[in-house]
Ligand binder design. Structure first.
Ligand code: PEP
Ligand code: MN
Length: 264
């Protein structure tokens, strides 16, 4: 199979606009769960950039459990992400939730996220493959590693080699954490596949106090990068405030993960 190491022994490196993932540097992606306003996004983008983030995250289309929750700013949010990229130089990652909006998201962002809830949306995966755009594929919350890699295979099979995998936690009987961050998936995937792997300790735990410890562990087990939620005012966030870091905590996280990366 195209995703497997047998087929392709050398590690895949995914190139974005000025950032490469999977080539021996730790790529830190940070930003809010959702783009909420120009002031919010610019403040966060400038701060995470200054603290060493290489990419900006931010959702414009949000897959919310409740239809009454904030659904994201849509195209307006994508425009703000593009503006934040112009100001900071950081390439941007944002989610495309459906086939209808995929091409629009692709126009504005550098790395297109396919979220956990869409990991087996095979029509969307085929479209992602046909687009040739770099794709961040998140593990489904009930998906095995085999199923996760098969979903990547859908993108690769359309001739798009630019896939980054993201472990973001799975559903288990444990409820203290939002999900159970399956860090063993990182070395498992590294054995099975040549694709780069990043870890999302924010959705993986649901609690900001757990983000730094799990980030350290993720780097120790071989992650090529981390995607972390950071907010200027987590208490006021329109989504995922409880797992979002403030700047001072993100600064400490950056410091500790770089030290671990240097000795791994
Ligand atoms: C996100 O990254 O904003 C998100 C919704 O993640 P997931 O699909 O992993 O739940
Ligand atoms: Mn979120």
């Amino acid at each position: 199979k195209l995703a497997s190491r047998d087929f392709h022994p050398k590690d895949t490196v995914v190139e974005l606009d000025g950032v490469t993932i999977g080539n021996g540097s730790l790529v830190m992606m940070a930003g809010p769960c959702a783009v909420e306003s120009e002031d919010q996004l610019m403040d966060i983008a400038l701060n995470v950039r200054q603290l060493g983030a290489r990419m900006l995250r931010g959702g414009a289309f949000k897959p919310r459990t409740s239809p009454y929750s904030f659904q994201g700013m849509g195209e307006e949010g994508l425009k703000l992400l593009k503006k934040a990229k112009e100001v900071t130089g950081m390439p941007v990652v944002s989610e495309a939730m459906d086939q209808e909006n995929f091409d629009m998201v692709a126009e504005y962002v550098d790395l297109i996220q396919i979220g956990a809830r869409n990991m087996q949306n095979f029509a969307l995966l085929k479209q992602a493959g046909k687009s040739g755009k770099p794709i961040l594929l998140k593990r489904g919350m009930s998906a095995t590693v085999e199923e996760f890699l098969m979903s990547a295979e859908y993108v690769l099979a359309q001739g798009n080699p630019n896939v980054v995998l993201c472990e973001r936690g799975i559903r288990t009987f444990e409820t203290y954490t939002r999900n159970t961050l399956d860090l063993s998936a990182v070395p498992v995937i590294k054995e099975l596949s040549h694709l780069p792997v990043v870890v999302d300790p924010s959705h993986g735990t649901g609690k900001w106090t757990l983000v730094e410890p799990m980030s350290k562990a993720a780097v120790a087990v071989g992650a090529d990068g981390l995607i972390v939620e950071v907010h200027n005012q987590p208490e006021e966030a329109l989504s995922d405030g409880s797992q979002s870091l403030k700047y001072d905590n993100f600064q400490r996280l950056m410091d500790t993960v770089q030290k671990i990366y240097a000795v791994r």
